[in-house]
Each structure stands twice: as C-alpha cells, then as structure tokens.
Design a protein around this ligand. Structure first.
Ligand code: ADP
Ligand code: MG
Length: 477
C-alpha cells in the first residue's frame, strides 16, 4: 500500500500509469513467459519509476542486470504498452531497488488499479483485443519452428486461424509438457486477432475458467442455474474460445457442466473451439462420455518430442533472432544434451548464455559442458521409482505388499494413489510400467489415481502437505 501513496501525486494526472502496479503486472507476465532462471536472475530485483504519459524508467540493481534486461527490451516494451495501453519509451538505468517494490507479487498484479482516472481508449482494436483476449503476443506462428514432430498440429492450427469455426472444430491438441501446446494455441488466437479484428477471441486455462466460474457462482445473479451474466457473456459470446490444459477439469463437476454447455452453445453457433491437454480425449477415464466425445468430435492432433535436428533448428533460430554469439558447435552440444522438451532446451540455452556473460567467458563447448553439468537436472530424470515407493510406504507406515495388494480401505487407497501421482509426476516411467510397479494395475487406473491426487492437492491442504512431506522424504532417504 505504501507504494500507492508514494505515487498518488503522479497518478492524479490523466493517463499516467501507476508505476508500481504497472511494473507488477509486467513482472507477472514476464514470470509467466520466461524461464524461472531468467526471471529470477534479471527481473525480480527491478522496479519502474517516474512514469509519464509516454515514458517509464526501469531501474536495475547493476550494470550487468541492465545489460541483460535490455535483451528483453522488446518483450518488456510489448508488455508495458499492452498493459498500460499506450506507447511508452523505456529508459533503463542503474539505481537502488528496495526489496518490497521489486517483488513481482503476481497475486496483486493488477491491484491497485493501473490508472486513477479511467482511460478513454483511443487505441486500435487489435491492441485492445490482444489485451482482452488474455493472449501473449510473442506466441505466434512466425516464432514456431516446425518439424515432423509438430507439422500436423501446425498445419491444422494454421487452417483454423485462416477460417475459424469452419473446418476443424473443435481442434484438440495434446502433448507432454513444454512441447508447444500453449504456443501454437495462442498463435491461432494472435493470428485471428491480427487478421480479423472484429472477432472476439478468448484465451483461458481450465484453472482460470474454474476460478472465474467459482467467483461467478459466489457473486452472480441467481437467475441462471450457475453463472452470472458477465461470466456467460465472456465465454459464450466468444467467436474463438481457446481453453488450455483442459485435463484440470477432471473431478470438478460444475466446471465440467459449464464447459459442456459453453461448448454446445458455441459449437452450435459455428464458433471455433480449441482445446489442449496432456492426453487425448479417449484417455480421460474420469470424465463423462458426453464430454469426452465432444472433445474428440472435431480433429485431434498431437505434438511429439522434437528430434535432434529440430532441437538444433529451434536454438539456431533463437540465436539468429537475438544475435547471440554462440557457435553452431555449442548449439549442437546443447541440443544433443537436452532432449526432454523445448522449455528445458530453451532454459539450458539461456543459462549458458547468461552464465558466460556473468563470468565474462567465451562460450566454448567445454564451458557449456561445465555449465550444463551444474544444471539441476530435470527432477523427472533423477528420481528412482523405488525411492518413491519406499518413501510413500515409510511415510504412511504401510508395507509394500499392502500398497501393491488389492485392499481398498482408505488407509491403503490414498497412499497407493499418491504413489501413482508421484511416479507419474517425478519419473519418466510410462503409466503401464507404473501399473506394474503397483501390483499389476491397469494404466487407466494409474491415470485415474494420479488425477485424483492432483485434484486433492488443490482442494485439501492436508493432502498437499502429505505430498510435500513425502517429496522431502524421497530426497532425504
Ligand atoms: P506446453 O504448453 O506444451 O507445455 P509451451 O507452448 O509452453 O509448451 O512451450 C514451451 C516453450 O517452448 C515456450 O517458450 C515455447 O515458445 C517454446 N516452443 C515450443 N514449441 C516450439 C516450437 N515449435 N518452436 C519454437 N519454440 C517452441
Ligand atoms: Mg502449456
């Protein structure tokens, strides 16, 4: 609140943004679209000050931070302009940053209000649409590299962006994490906004959809069964509805109900629907048939892991765009070493780049090998399934025979499902193998169990705590 008082004198004037809240919103966005490493290293300890109608000063704690932050100038620029709805010149400088103002508190990102006086928007429709749609502009088709692993997804996405609601409806995209679902889905939205600014595009995640629904139920008029008019208006008046990570609706009855009706209303009206998920529609063992059959009623495409050639191409493109001084040889090395997913790949690349800059070293293969060697490996690759089984049994004081056995009392079922969840989440073990580990259970049972715990973690603090404790136990055993 202190920050608000400090800036009130400035914000009294028309259209001068509140620097603290604007910057918090920008940081929240950066936090979402950059790797944790980059965000924490260069963004977290920054602040914005001295806003005017057309400029904003960004304060970095050191020259090094300033140099690195400048690399993201266009991204920051885009975000500032979008959030503050204007065209701001960014002035980077080194200065003192007090810790409170610098924290990117994402929860209160839009609070206090950005402007004290309501801005009469004279901005172009496109800008406004991007802002209202919930999309991030840099997830576009141009920055999406294609290869055999994602060619079909790309082509279909492109076709949908050309003629939404016509040919492929709904479009259902699924893949493992970090392989480009959100990127390609948002590319569709961004393209449509650009080419057809009169269409209303709405991007949401199923988590966000649920939150808004809960809010609507709590505060909404009771004329409708569940939802307030505002909520309905937002989703049912969309021309293009993009729902990311639909798997999280499992176990949420009212969300499912609302999605079902929203889906039907839009589909009937010929509006485009795009959904993403970590699995194909038929693998939702815990959803009603009427829902999964709708998910799969249009076209379903998957994105596979990228091969070496593709990983190399992605890094080269990034290098060329940013004009990073990093050789093909080093890129080849990183691409070979990091084969999990594209998010990890980009994270490793940036880590090497930033580490070299911080230490003022040349990026040789040796330097890269050393840097990546220190990289905390993806937790998926280091946890042994047996360690998980041992930790779960120890934590709940049950035997391996119990956890693998047939007993279905609560004392056994919950630990068993927690084991399913952790094995799925922390190891690369295929579901079928997890089923084997747990006494020859079916892979759909494993999926079901893991989903159940995923849901309980969000809803029951007790379970969340248990899972956290067990994870600690795994690493301390
Ligand atoms: P998912 O939603 O499947 O978890 P994202 O769409 O968030 O994955 O992608 C993770 C990161 O990898 C993002 O930074 C994204 O821009 C990048 N990425 C994914 N696929 C590609 C691609 N084909 N070309 C370029 N970058 C990609
Ligand atoms: Mg995603």
């Amino acid at each position: 609140m202190k920050q608000v008082e400090k800036t009130t004198t400035q914000t009294k004037q028309k259209n001068i943004p509140n620097a603290a809240s604007l910057w918090r919103a920008v940081l929240a966005e950066m936090n979402l679209c950059l790797t944790e490493y980059v965000y924490k290293t260069w963004f977290q300890s920054t602040k914005a000050e001295n806003p005017t109608e057309s400029s904003l000063e960004i304060v970095c704690p050191s020259k090094l931070a300033l140099d690195n932050l400048q690399k993201y100038r266009s991204l920051i620029q885009e975000s500032v302009n979008k959030i503050a709805q204007g065209n701001y010149e960014l002035l980077f400088k080194v200065g003192k940053v007090e810790s409170n103002a610098a924290r990117g508190d994402t929860k209160s990102a839009m609070n206090p209000p950005l402007f004290t006086s309501l801005q009469k928007s004279a901005n172009k429709t496109t800008k406004l649409n991007t802002r209202e749609s919930g999309l991030t502009p840099h997830f576009n088709f141009e920055s999406f590299v294609t290869g055999s692993n994602n060619q079909l997804a790309y082509s279909v996405a492109w076709a949908v962006a050309q003629s939404p609601g016509k040919q492929y409806n709904p479009l259902f995209i699924y893949s493992g994490v970090g392989l480009g679902k959100t990127h390609i889905m948002q590319a569709i939205g961004n393209k449509i906004i650009q080419d057809k600014p009169n269409l209303k595009v709405v991007y949401t995640t199923s988590e966000q959809f649920t939150n808004e629904l809960v809010e609507a139920i709590q505060s909404g008029t009771r004329n409708n069964k569940y939802t307030s008019n505002k909520f309905r208006k937002k989703f049912r008046e969309a021309d293009v509805l993009l729902i990311d990570d639909i798997q999280f609706i499992v176990g949420r009855e009212s969300t499912q109900e609302e999605i079902f009706h929203t889906f039907n209303a839009l589909h009937l009206a010929g509006k485009q629907i795009v959904l993403t998920s970590d699995r194909p529609p038929q693998d939702f063992v815990d959803l009603e048939e009427r829902i999964t059959s709708r998910f799969g009623s249009g076209i379903t495409v998957d994105i596979q892991k990228p091969d070496l050639e593709m990983r190399t191409a992605i890094l080269r493109k990034r290098r060329d765009e940013n004009q990073d001084s990093i050789s093909n040889e080093v890129i080849g090395f990183i691409a070979e070493k990091v084969d999990t997913n594209i998010r990890e790949l980009e994270g490793a690349y940036l880590q090497v780049l930033l580490e070299a800059r911080a230490k003022q070293e040349n990026i040789t293969v040796d330097f890269t090998a050393e840097t990546l060697g220190q990289r905390v490996p993806d937790k998926r690759t280091i946890v042994n399934p047996n360690a998980i089984m041992n930790a779960v049994c120890k934590y709940f004081s049950i035997s391996k025979t119990d956890i693998k056995g047939r007993r279905r009392t609560k004392e056994i079922v919950v630990p068993r499902q927690i084991a399913m969840y952790l094995l799925k989440d922390m190891t690369g073990t295929p579901l079928i193998a997890i089923g084997e580990l747990l006494g020859g259970r079916d892979h759909t049972t494993v999926m079901h169990g893991a989903d159940k715990i995923g849901q309980k973690i969000r809803e029951e603090p007790r379970v969340e705590q248990d899972v956290r404790n067990i994870k600690q136990l795994i690493f301390s055993m």
